[in-house]
Design a protein around this ligand. Structure first.
Ligand code: PLP
Length: 645
């Protein structure tokens, strides 16, 4: 289909297809016929929120992009979906135990998120998982009056961590410290005796089954955490010797985050089930089998075992866990335990969308008059070096159908022209012409290749060569650290203008002064994304989806771009949306403070310099007043770029 036909037949539906929204969106996102991104916090068929409407509404409230918008109803829906998947699996498999989720707060420790999960999880008795002392301190305080809700304590523990857990048990919390290292058993015994508490204890098993995914090192014999089976046997002896074997209530494993291949899970659960059964045989009154985290998120929507995807569904995960554990228990004739899972990513990722505006673009010119206006007689001029002539010939030959050959010839000629320039044999004007001829050839080759049934692989790099850079108002390091650190792919798309055909291909660059601060991996496997031409009259907004897990806590202050504004948006019962909570982003004063700058000391330093400038006649008093007012206002301002005024 040629360009004109493609444009005429474009629709919002085609944008939905292009950006793969149905593949990765799990029904939480869709596109309206008038080309706007819709959020459906309660899944398909329920209420809808127009994301651009939210962004504009926030602008009216002086909250400018970048914005981290949390849809709390999605969080509630995720908990319900998880619970339902396990309920169905339990019923289908005649499993006689029940299911509990314990949300690992490290996935997103923000107070409003943890509070919401705890609140929404009330009807299912869902608990929380902590992995450090500060996380425990937060959770101990937040869980008042909920003695039935499970608190699982993972991570390496010192004396203080264990004493805090034992005291929390005395306070009435249903808390289970998980032994990750043998020394912790002695500490638990010490504090249990000291405070006269019989605690519930868990143990993490160093499984022989290899973990899965990027974090497969979380399981297996070389994993950082857990006890070898021989150590668990020693632990059983030690507890028995103190008449405390009754305290051993839970066995745990964590097969790695973002498990992308379900087969790896099967092995881990089978092995953990047998450890459970054997411990029951040895007299431990275990009640829980905790299968850890790892339930994946299909970031790229490919439903494959690639690292950004998963080759199973949430329902299959639940079925697999329940079926495997049930069969091991039946085989070994032991009771069916309560299944606990510590799913984090799968609960938290979908709730948050990062929205930012595009500030401008740069890139090769891709539209030229056809044919390209080669200066008259250029190829006959003696002062024109051969590479320039070759570029003209390559351009002209495109219409003879030798697309790959012309592209290679043009690339080689441009390379030679650059070498000549570096040696001082080519003028700046001729170098400029070489550049234009090369891009014009690439654009022509790309245009003609659209008529082919199959585009030769050699031409794949044209998209990248002809792509632009869109400069975007956000920091990769602050808001999408995993995109930088581990090449995590997140779905990205415009949140409006989706009824229009995107005619540009771009890489996204952030506002940091770091060449790594860019996004050049997208869910369709390309290094560029199709976007709309920028319009100087209006803002262009992009959304990055599924960013609710891990990104906030891992984000850093590169170039002193601080936390973005975070806004909790909810569906209103009578339709539309409302803002439940706003957590304003860092101000310049705050980020400077994190680096030990005291704004109260910086201001007088600058004021003194201003006075000197007045005395020496370099500035007027009015100038310095303006500078000091500006300085004062900027200290309280957002760290990102804001519209004038
Ligand atoms: C012990 C433990 N539990 C749960 C999780 C959460 O994993 P996920 O977010 O993949 O579900 C992790 C994360 O690595 C973990 O280390």
């Amino acid at each position: 289909m040629n360009e004109t036909n493609r444009s005429a037949s474009w629709s919002a539906g085609r944008s939905a297809e292009l950006y793969g929204i149905e593949d990765w969106g799990q029904g939480y996102f869709s596109v309206s016929p008038n080309g706007r991104l819709l959020v459906r916090p309660e899944g398909e068929g329920e209420g809808e929120i127009d994301l651009l409407d939210v962004v504009e509404g926030l602008g009216e409230r002086d909250l400018s992009p970048p914005l981290l918008i949390r849809f709390s109803d999605i969080l509630a829906h995720r908990l319900k979906t998880l619970r339902e998947a396990f309920a169905i699996a339990i019923a289908e498999n005649d499993y006689r135990g029940s299911y509990l989720a314990a949300y690992p707060i490290k996935v997103n420790q923000q107070r409003p998120v943890v509070e919401e999960i705890f609140r929404y999880g009330t009807e299912y008795d869902f608990g929380l998982e902590v992995g450090s002392k500060p996380e425990l301190l937060a959770v101990m305080a937040l869980t008042g009056g909920s003695s039935e809700r499970l608190i699982v304590c993972n991570g390496f523990k010192d004396d203080g961590y264990i004493e805090a857990a034992i005291l929390a048990a005395k306070l009435g919390r249903r808390i289970v410290p998980i032994v990750e290292d043998f020394g912790e058993v002695r500490l638990i015994l010490k504090h249990a005796l000291k405070h006269e508490v019989v605690p519930s204890i868990g143990v993490r098993v160093k499984l022989a089954s290899q973990g899965a995914g990027r974090w497969k090192g979380s399981a297996g014999e070389k994993s950082k955490f857990g006890l070898f089976v021989s150590e668990i046997l020693q632990m059983v002896e030690l507890l028995s010797a103190h008449d405390m074997l009754g305290a051993l209530q839970l066995v745990h494993c964590h097969p790695g985050s973002q498990i992308h291949d379900i087969d790896r899970l099967k092995d881990a659960i089978g092995e953990l089930g047998h450890v459970y059964a054997e411990l029951i045989r040895l007299g431990a009154p275990l009640q829980y089998v905790d299968v850890g985290g790892g339930l994946g998120v299909d970031y790229d929507g490919s439903r494959t075992s690639s690292e950004s995807s998963m080759n199973y569904t949430l329902e299959e995960y639940a079925r697999e866990v329940v079926y495997r554990l049930g069969s091991v228990c039946d085989e070994c004739e032991v009771p069916h335990p309560t299944i606990v899972s510590e799913s984090g990513r799968a609960i938290a990722a979908y709730q948050t969308v990062l929205v930012f505006n595009v500030l401008g673009s740069a890139g090769p010119r891709t539209t030229y008059p056809d044919p390209f206006p080669v200066p008259a007689g250029l190829t006959r001029r003696e002062d024109v070096p051969q590479p320039i002539r070759d570029l003209v010939f390559a351009y002209e030959a495109v219409d003879e159908g030798r697309l790959v050959e012309c592209y290679h010839d043009a690339a080689r000629a441009r390379e030679e022209a650059l070498n000549l320039f570096n040696l001082g044999y080519l003028t700046l004007e001729l170098r400029g012409l070489a550049e234009q001829l090369f891009w014009a050839t690439c654009a022509r080759v790309q245009d003609r290749s659209r008529e082919l049934d199959e585009v030769p692989e050699e031409l794949d790099s044209l998209d990248e060569i002809l792509s632009e850079t869109y400069f975007c108002n956000f920091s990769v390091f602050q808001s999408l650290p995993d995109a930088w650190a581990i090449d995590q792919v997140f779905p990205i798309m415009p949140i409006h203008r989706l009824e229009e055909e995107p005619t540009r291909r771009a890489v996204l660059a952030d506002v940091t002064c770091d060449s790594d601060g860019k996004i050049d991996r997208f869910v369709d496997g390309h290094s560029t994304i199709e976007l709309h031409e920028l319009d100087s009259e209006s803002e262009y907004y992009l959304g990055v989806f599924l960013v609710g897990a891990y990104q906030e806590a891992l984000g850093d202050l590169h170039n002193l771009f601080g936390d973005t504004h975070v806004i909790h948006v909810r569906l209103h019962e009578e339709g539309g949306w409302w803002i439940e909570e706003v957590v304003e982003g860092d101000t310049a004063r705050e980020v400077l403070g994190y680096m030990q700058y005291d704004a109260e000391r910086l201001q007088p330093l600058l004021a003194r310099d201003c006075e000197l400038a007045v005395r020496e006649g370099r500035m007027t008093v009015a100038d310095t007043r303006m500078l000091m007012r500006f300085y004062h206002a900027e200290l309280s301002g957002y760290t990102y770029l804001e519209a004038d005024g």
